[in-house]
Design a protein around this ligand. Structure first.
Ligand SMILES: Nc1ncnc2c1ncn2[C@@H]1O[C@H](COP(=O)(O)OP(=O)(O)OP(=O)(O)O)[C@@H](O)[C@H]1O
Length: 358
C-alpha cells in the first residue's frame, strides 16, 4: 500500500471551513477582510494599545508604522490571538465575518496557519530545531489540507522553490540551523503562505537581516502577495518600506492611531504633525548642506501618560488644549487623523519640522 492511500481525491482542496453564514444569507463581499475596532491591550497593567481601529480589505497591503514601543507588535499579535501572558485585550477583531476576540482558541480554529498566517521577526521562534524544514512545511500542509504524505512532501519542495531557495528538493532535508538567516526567513514565509492564506501578518520580518537580504525578503513578500491576492499587514518602523510595499499606512504613536490613509496621500500631505515629523526625517528629504530634521524628545512612558495628546510635548504646533485633552480620531475622505489642530495647520505640515532643524 502506498503512503498516499490516506489521500482523498474528492476531499476539498484544502479542507477549509466555509465562511460563517448564520443568517443563511450570502456574506457581504464589500465587508473588510479584517475589521479591528477600538482594540485595547493591557500588559501587566501597562496600557500599550489604547483604542486602535482599522480595516484591511482583501488583497490590500497595510503597513503599521511607528517608533519602538508604539504598540505595533501587540496590535498584530492581538489580531492573531498570540498575546503574551499577562495581556488583557478588549475591543473587536473580525476576520472574514467571524468575531475572534472573546472566542478563545476555538475562535481561531481553522484560521491560524491556514487562512491567517504569521511571519515573525525571528524565524527561529517558529521553526523547530529538531525537524527538517521539509518536515515542518509538509506537516503544515497536512494539518490543514486533506492531502497525504507524498503530496505534502511535494508541496514542501514547491513552497521552498517558490520563495527562491535554490536546489529546493535537496534543501527540504536540511534543519533550520543549516540555513542562513535570510534562507530561514524565506522558509518561514514559505510556511506562512503554503496554505494560501487570505491574510498574512508580518511583524518586522527583516529586522535581523542585512540590508540587501532585507530588500530581497520584502520583494519576495510583495511578489507572493501580488501572485496570490493575499492581504498583508506589515509591521515596520521604516517609512521607505511603507512607501515601497504598502497601499495604506497606519501610523501609531503611544498605543493610538496618529494617522491612517492611502500611502501616496499620507506621504504627499500628512495631516498629523507626528507623521509629518517622521516623513521630514527621511534622509532623502535632506536639503544639500542642510541638517536632517528629526523629532526631538521621546514618546511618553506608558506608565505615566499625559492627559492630552501623547505627542504634545514633542509637537511644534501644540497648544495648551493639546496637553489637556486627548484628540479623538477623525475620519474624512478615507483618511483618519488624531490631532486637534490638523485643519488649521500650514500645508505641508512637514514644514513644522524643517523649520525646527534650522
Ligand atoms: N510581554 C510583555 N510584557 C510587558 N510589556 C510588554 C510586553 N510586550 C510588550 N510590552 C510593552 O508594550 C509596549 C508596546 O510593545 P510593542 O512590542 O507592541 O511595541 P512595538 O511598537 O512593536 O515596538 P518595537 O518596534 O520596538 O517592536 C512597549 O512598551 C512594551 O515594552
Amino acid at each position: 500500500m502506498s503512503a498516499d492511500t490516506e489521500e482523498c481525491a474528492d476531499a476539498p482542496r484544502d479542507g477549509r471551513e466555509p465562511l460563517p453564514d448564520p443568517a443563511g444569507a450570502l456574506l457581504d463581499v464589500r465587508e473588510p477582510l479584517l475589521d479591528v475596532r477600538d482594540l485595547r491591550v493591557t500588559v501587566n497593567g501597562l496600557h500599550a494599545v489604547r483604542g486602535i481601529s482599522f480595516e484591511v480589505r482583501a488583497g490590500e497591503a497595510l503597513a503599521v508604522v511607528g517608533e519602538s514601543g508604539a504598540g505595533k507588535s501587540l496590535t498584530a499579535r492581538a489580531v492573531l490571538g498570540l498575546l503574551p501572558a499577562g495581556a488583557e485585550v478588549r475591543g473587536g477583531v473580525r476576520f472574514a465575518g467571524r468575531e475572534l476576540l472573546g472566542a478563545g482558541t476555538a475562535g481561531y480554529r481553522g484560521l491560524r496557519g491556514s487562512r491567517l498566517a504569521f511571519v515573525p521577526q525571528d524565524a527561529l521562534s517558529v521553526l523547530s530545531p529538531v525537524h527538517t524544514v521539509g518536515e515542518q512545511l509538509a506537516l503544515a500542509v497536512r494539518s490543514v489540507r486533506g492531502v497525504g504524505r507524498r503530496a505534502s512532501a511535494e508541496l514542501a519542495v514547491a513552497a521552498l522553490d517558490r520563495v527562491g531557495i535554490p536546489d529546493a528538493a535537496r534543501r527540504v532535508r536540511a534543519y533550520p540551523h543549516e540555513f542562513s538567516g535570510g534562507m530561514r526567513q524565506r522558509a518561514v514565509i514559505a510556511m506562512a503562505v503554503i496554505n494560501e492564506p487570505e491574510l498574512v501578518l508580518a511583524d518586522e520580518p527583516t529586522t535581523a537581516l542585512d540590508p540587501t537580504t532585507q530588500a530581497r525578503i520584502l520583494e519576495l513578500l510583495t511578489g507572493i502577495r501580488r501572485e496570490t491576492g493575499a492581504a498583508l499587514v506589515l509591521v515596520t518602523h521604516d517609512l521607505d518600506v511603507v512607501a515601497g510595499h504598502a497601499d495604506r499606512v497606519l501610523v501609531m504613536y503611544a498605543g493610538r492611531v496618529a494617522e491612517s490613509g492611502p500611502v501616496a496621500e499620507v506621504f504627499a500631505a500628512p495631516r498629523a504633525p507626528y507623521t509629518a515629523g517622521l516623513i521630514a526625517s527621511l534622509p532623502r528629504l535632506r536639503r544639500p548642506g542642510g541638517r536632517l530634521p528629526s523629532i526631538g524628545g521621546s514618546p511618553p512612558s506608558l506608565f505615566a501618560l499625559p492627559p492630552g495628546c501623547g505627542f504634545a510635548p514633542r509637537c511644534p504646533a501644540a497648544t495648551d488644549m493639546c496637553g489637556r485633552s486627548l484628540p479623538e480620531p477623525v475620519t474624512e475622505d478615507g483618511r483618519t487623523v488624531s490631532c486637534h489642530r490638523w485643519r488649521e495647520l500650514p500645508s505641508p505640515v512637514t514644514g513644522l519640522f524643517e523649520e525646527c532643524a534650522g
